[in-house]
Design a protein around this ligand. Structure first.
Ligand code: ADP
Ligand code: MG
Length: 683
């Protein structure tokens, strides 16, 4: 019995050595072969005859091998020429300095040739073509639309095609179709078996399109079923916290704000309050650009929890940020009698124990902290609301862990990494989403300039001038994605250069990801207090401190960053009363780079930048090295397949609403996304 879990090494002709080569492409089982989707296709059903090949264009044609000859037109140059023919004419295939290719060919062999065609003096020539040798009657590799796979040096197209064909013919899976006839009918989807056949060996273009639609739908549908099921679990929980309507405490906190809330803030707050008053646990994400005023909303929500007799908790990704939140909350809430405590890693053992005792006794109303908050020994008396900052640093599992501490408290997640709606559905599909797009009035946009390396001297002198005027600044080091270590080396070198020249007389400091947490905190703190005037840093400052006095940022190697990331970095400045400046330095002044960086200069809206970034670089790059909750998709493209995503979500809603329907897709869901969701769907 062969099924999708059968190891490929049992396929005839594979064996351990070849299996290892396939493993490098992520192929271990027959199922992996079936899901090794082509990266493109070549239409070899209507190959052009040699006579009709277009000059100067990449073409594919079929021909028979004639004579092979080597020549040495001059020293150090070998020219290998292979003459091939079809019924309409001849073509020369040419290789420079690759004499060994001669051995590949024998007169009479049939080839499929792909390459750029040049017509010269009535001759057709193709240099360094891609070649595939075929058997005359071989219907897998020619005479049809042929799949071209992600391959490697040792794993060629022909072999992959043969293996996939084998998997398609031998993978017997009665019941592999998990979409109900109703769903397939409503959304006009091809059957699973037909879709797998046609995604690899399409009988015609329309069948390929139908196959892709089915498989994209299926992938997004399963993911949405998982996300919506998670959401339904927490919504069903009968143990949720039902907060009371606003009373005098919330009203006092709101009345004491030194400003009026923006329309978007009011809207998001109303959504949060409605969720909190509901008995079902809240699972809400508030997306808003840096400085859009999310912390204020958190404060009001926490006051509401306290007013209803519960405790609130707020988690931040770093110690300093936790302290800052604590400070902000103290200003907004303490005057109304709300008791606030910090619980961070830097507390002495004794203070920590004291805070824990008071927390357990219900003598602390709101606690602010880092990951320390989700450690085993933290016990709440009656936790009603958890606010987590910067969700992408925590992830689904950690959220669940904290939730387990109370009787499913309400959860409010804040993120300053705006992502487009469709992507939010894929990443945060288990959350309800509120969006704050509008910034508080009177914000001065950060003046942003994209400049070439020849401006470097002026840029650094400008920073020196700002410091002389009492301001502070950041220098962001170029991104080195390949390795942490190299990045630190580059950052250190830049720091030493700057500290020895432009910043000779200025206190400056270096922070990077390889510093010990305590040292990092120390450097950040010195900058925060104003002792350090210029902070040279890698992207670790992305989620960082609020230093309103910092008015200038220079980003070295700006072309290496994504727009969304640059925007995130830029969010470190423009937080105070003084005009701020962001200077994007780049030695690469290609048209594409210039155009991309020019967008930064024009656009201040993080949502717009995120969308542009996705469009330009695709989701993989968009999330980059960042730990984001994005699942690994095999065929769907969350940027391009938006339409299908919305259909798939709708279908998933109908499925999850009915337990028997959901039970029917559950095995497929755990097979496909078990790892992503963790325990809930494993096995
Ligand atoms: P975020 O957490 O979204 O980055 P914050 O909540 O820290 O933003 O708000 C940034 C700054 O804007 C804070 O100083 C805050 O007091 C101020 N702020 C928030 N909402 C308003 C508003 N509606 N009008 C004026 N200022 C506001
Ligand atoms: Mg609730």
């Amino acid at each position: 019995m062969t099924d999708r879990n059968t190891n490929i090494k049992y396929i005839k002709g594979v064996g351990p050595a070849k299996a290892a080569l396939l493993a490098r492409l992520g192929i271990f089982t027959l199922g992996d072969l079936l899901e090794h989707y082509p990266r493109r296709y070549e239409d070899r059903s209507r190959l052009k005859p040699i006579r009709a090949l277009a000059d100067g264009e990449a073409q594919t044609f079929q021909a028979t091998v004639g004579a092979v000859q080597d020549s040495r037109p001059r020293r150090g140059l070998t020219l290998t020429k292979l003459t091939v023919r079809d019924a309409t004419g001849a073509a020369q295939l040419v290789w420079f300095n690759q004499p060994y290719v001669k051995k590949w060919f024998q007169p009479g062999m049939e080839l499929i040739i792909t390459g750029r065609v040049e017509r010269r003096f009535g001759q057709v020539q193709v240099s360094h073509p891609e070649i595939e040798v075929i058997d005359g009657a071989d219907l897998l590799h020619t005479g049809r639309i042929v799949p071209i796979y992600p391959a490697s040096e040792n794993v060629g197209q022909r072999w992959l095609r043969t293996l996939v064909r084998y998997a398609l013919d031998n993978c017997r899976e009665p019941g592999a179709e998990f979409l109900s006839p109703a769903v397939a009918g409503q959304y006009g989807l091809m059957a699973r078996e037909a879709a797998l056949e046609n995604i690899h060996f399409p009988v015609e273009a329309a069948a390929l399109e139908g196959a892709r639609r089915r498989l994209v739908f299926e992938e997004l549908y399963l993911l949405q079923c998982g996300l919506l099921y998670l959401k339904s679990l927490s919504k069903q929980a009968s143990t949720g916290v039902k907060h009371g309507p606003d009373g005098p405490l919330v009203k006092k906190v709101e009345a004491a704000l030194p400003f009026t809330l923006t329309g978007d803030q009011r809207q998001a707050l109303a959504e949060v309050k409605a969720d909190m008053e509901d008995a079902r646990p809240m699972q809400r994400l508030v997306q808003g650009d840096v400085g859009s005023g999310k912390t204020v909303l958190a404060a009001i929500a926490l006051a509401k929890a306290v007013e209803s007799g519960y405790q609130g908790a707020m988690m931040a990704p770093t110690e300093i940020l936790a302290e800052q939140h604590c400070h902000t909350l103290a200003q907004l809430l303490a005057p109304q009698g709300i008791r606030i405590a910090a619980l961070t890693g830097s507390l002495t053992k004794r203070t920590r124990e004291e805070v824990l005792d008071r927390l357990q006794a219900g003598l602390v109303d709101v606690v602010v902290g880092t990951h320390a908050l989700i450690q085993e020994d933290v016990v709440f008396r009656h936790l009603g609301l958890v606010v987590t900052d910067e969700q992408h640093r925590f992830g689904v599992r950690q959220r669940a862990r904290l939730q387990a501490k109370g009787a499913t408290p309400d959860v409010l997640v804040m993120t300053a990494t705006p992502i487009p709606r469709t992507m939010a559905l894929t990443v945060y599909g288990d959350l309800d989403v509120s969006v704050i797009r509008e910034l508080p009035p009177g914000r001065k946009p950060v003046k942003t300039y994209a400049v070439g390396g020849e401006m470097r001297e002026r840029v650094y002198n400008f920073i020196v001038k700002e410091v002389a005027a009492g301001r502070q600044g950041y220098v962001v080091c170029p991104l080195v994605e390949e390795s942490d270590k190299l990045e630190v080396q580059a950052a250190t070198k830049l720091y030493e250069q700057l500290a020895g020249t432009y910043f000779r007389n200025i206190p400056c400091s270096l922070v990077h990801g390889r510093l010990k947490a305590a040292d990092k905190e120390k450097a950040m703190r010195a900058f925060y207090c104003g002792e350090v005037k210029v902070l040279v840093a890698t992207t670790v400052i992305e989620v960082g401190v609020n230093v309103p006095n910092a008015t200038v940022m220079a980003v070295e190697g700006a072309d290496r960053f994504g727009l969304a990331q640059l925007h995130q970095l830029r969010g470190r400045i423009g937080r105070g009363a003084h005009q701020s400046y962001c200077i994007l330095l780049s030695d690469n002044q290609g048209a594409e780079t210039r155009e991309r960086l020019a967008i930064m200069a024009k656009v201040q809206d993080g949502f717009v930048l995120a969308e542009k970034d996705l469009e330009l670089r695709g989701p993989g790059q968009f999330f980059g090295t960042r730990q984001h909750g994005i699942p690994d998709l095999k065929i769907a493209d969350i940027v391009k397949d938006t339409g299908v995503l919305l259909e798939a979500r709708q279908a998933a809603q109908q499925t999850v609403a009915v337990p028997e329907r959901f039970a029917a897709v559950r095995p497929a869901l755990s097979a496909r996304f078990g790892d992503h969701f963790g325990m809930i769907f494993q096995g």
